[in-house]
Design a protein around this ligand. Structure first.
Ligand code: 3HC
Length: 319
């Protein structure tokens, strides 16, 4: 009996079969345009978030309460810059242009994480940014070490190692304040009251409102959905807040024995989308600071390019 030949897989089907088999996709591999496009979107926005993420903490480097705290904060902010550079390089492997990505950030066209549009008003904010924001970043970035696109996954391995230091130093700032004078503990609580909800927004809109999650899960760009990571974050952080003797500002927060997880209140999605649209407290300042830094850094880029051109000409002549 003749055996029916199975029709050859289309390129898309072969691609999806690689994804389903957890075979990493590398820059030279064929990939659907939509896969490339959504990776450039997510990776470039991730890179922008790292760069803009330097600003809220940079604001406290000159006002750190001790030389030790100043040097820790300095190295953390420098790490964030490095994370941004890894991620811009990862996006470039997909054909994105660094200049175009930066132009999109500076013009306000590109997104970056909403969390960085909130002001850092006290030293306790440095604790919250490290403890909560970097804690959320770790929850979101550890699964990205297994994302289907090779260069992105590999960039995340190094980033996650440094994020752990970021989170630990932030928790230690909070612990020092909570074990300090009543006024210091009060400052820590006041900062938690301001940073808790904006940190929950970092994980993105509810899954039901997310236009990208379903496809990103199919392509194993995302390994967990927005709501799954948000829930993990709440379950991880509430015991830590209790250990610090702080109260999470959510009256609906309650342990659900059946789910073995915390039930928690509704995020203010109106605020979230306002901030994403550019109407947050610090959006304008953040973009202005990034544009100014880019303009003031033009001479460094020119010098580096001139040096590279000279060396190339020299090697070209010598070769
Ligand atoms: N801030 C700004 N925009 C956000 C956002 C947020 N917190 N959450 C979602 N959005 C945007 C998305 O970019 C998307 O818009 P777009 O289609 O124009 O890009 C829209 O809202 C709908 O959201 P989706 O959930 O459908 O989008 P994604 O599937 O891309 O999920 C994400 C959003 C979870 C942020 C995902 O992009 C992601 O995991 N990105 C990589 C990690 C990252 O960027 N983290 C940001 C912080 S980096 C950081 O904190 C490091 C620290 O050390 C400084």
């Amino acid at each position: 009996m003749e055996t029916l030949e199975k029709p050859a897989l289309t390129q898309e089907e072969q691609f999806q079969a690689r994804i389903d088999a957890d075979v990493r996709i590398e820059p030279k591999d064929w990939m659907p345009d939509a896969y490339r496009k959504t990776l450039i979107r997510q990776i470039s926005q991730h890179a922008h978030s790292e760069l803009v993420g330097m600003l809220p903490e940079g604001n406290w480097i000159t006002r750190a309460p001790s030389l030790k705290r100043k040097s820790i904060l300095l190295s953390k902010v420098q790490d964030e810059a490095g994370h941004g550079l890894y991620l811009y390089s990862a996006a470039e492997t997909l054909g994105a242009s660094r200049d175009q990505m930066l132009a999109d950030l500076h013009s306000g066209k590109a997104k970056y994480s909403s969390i960085f549009n909130y002001p850092t008003l006290s030293w306790a904010d440095m604790g919250c940014v490290g403890w909560l924001v970097d804690g959320a970043a770790i929850l979101n970035q550890v699964p990205l070490c297994r994302t289907s696109y090779g260069p992105y996954a590999r960039a995340m391995v190094r980033v996650c190692k440094e994020e752990s230091f970021h989170q630990r130093q932030g928790f230690e700032v909070m612990q020092t304040l909570c074990e300090g004078a009543p006024a210091q503990k009060e400052m820590a609580q006041e900062a938690l009251n301001r940073w808790w909800w904006p940190t929950l927004m970092m994980f993105g809109p509810k899954d039901s409102e997310s236009p990208n999650t379903e496809q990103s899960m199919k392509w194993r760009i995302k390994r967990f959905t927005n709501d799954e990571l948000r829930q993990k974050f709440v379950d991880m952080m509430v015991p830590q807040a209790e250990f610090l003797g702080l109260t999470v500002p959510d009256p609906a927060l309650k342990w659900n024995e059946e789910r073995k997880a915390y039930d928690f209140g509704e995020v203010n999605w109106e605020e979230f989308w306002q901030v994403v649209k550019g109407n947050g407290l610090c959006n304008a300042d953040r973009l202005q600071a990034r544009v100014q830094a880019h303009e003031e850094g033009a001479w460094v880029r020119e010098a580096a390019n001139a040096h590279a051109a000279k060396r190339k000409a020299r090697e070209g002549v010598g070769a």
